[in-house]
Ligand binder design. Structure first.
Ligand SMILES: [Zn+2]
Length: 250
């Protein structure tokens, strides 16, 4: 079962499946300068107009899917992307240096992981460094196992009641979120600002819509189909209400 899910995850990776979307061959003049996508699938309207103001720093491994989205939302000094499967000290002195700091958090579930919601807010001037491993579930497990120094970090997990909106890829279970969503919710908790999750998930939602419009199949967890639809309706009603109340914070 898990293997099937992983296979589907890999096959369904958005940016690879993007290649299957029937578009006219991308000519330079038809490309968006900012997001580097064909204008017909430009995502810029869904990015915040300026980088999110956050104190937390994200260190993320080998991203396929979420890097371009996060890069559009977070300033370069708040998002460090490490490519590869092994992060040796020589190549990653910065990561090894911060690994034992009490403010360095490894977002990886497990029996000893603390609930990220139970962490205290840091005083002004201090910030959390959050290390996020990205890939399919098996790849993430491999990265964790192949980099023993990661065990030295304070391990945290996100306890949440959200349902993944990344519906063009099957999540292993109803509690699973994609990396972008996990980062979005974690940042909202650490920065004590619900709007952060909304701003970060917005482009992801747009990606799904583009994919669905081009014939992608919805990968619902059947048991939660009704709940997802209900929440979508609720959110739309909330946003409408906010608009009526005088605009939405970007
Ligand atoms: Zn664009």
């Amino acid at each position: 079962m898990e293997d099937d899910v992983e296979k589907e995850e890999e096959m369904g990776d958005f940016f690879r499946s993007f290649a299957d979307v029937p578009l006219t061959p991308p000519e330079k003049r038809n490309m968006c300068i900012r997001c580097k996508r064909p204008l017909s699938v430009c995502l810029c309207a869904h990015f915040p107009s300026t980088f999110l103001q956050i104190s937390t720093t994200i260190h993320e491994s080998r991203l396929l899917t979420t890097v371009p989205l996060l890069q559009a939302c977070l300033s370069p000094d708040k998002l460090f992307v490490k490519r590869g499967r092994r992060f040796y000290k020589n190549d990653n002195p910065d990561l090894h240096k911060i690994i034992t700091k009490p403010t360095t958090l490894l977002l990886y579930p497990g029996p000893t992981a603390e609930n990220i919601k139970s962490l205290k807010q840091l005083p002004p001037g201090e910030h959390y460094d959050v290390i996020v491993l990205d890939g399919t579930w098996r790849q993430v497990k491999d990265i964790f196992n192949n980099n023993p120094f990661l065990c030295q970090a304070r391990q945290v997990q996100l306890e949440h009641d959200s349902i993944s909106e990344y519906i063009i890829r099957t999540q292993p279970n109803s509690k699973s979120l994609c990396t972008m969503e996990a980062i979005a919710l974690s940042l909202s908790v650490l920065e004590n600002d619900d709007e952060i999750a909304e701003v970060l998930i917005r482009p992801l939602r747009a990606l799904c819509k583009i994919q669905l419009d081009h014939g992608a199949v919805v990968h619902f967890n059947k048991e939660h189909e009704d709940e997802i639809l209900l929440r979508t309706e609720k959110r739309q009603a909330l946003l409408k209400q906010r608009d009526m109340d005088g605009g939405v914070k970007e």
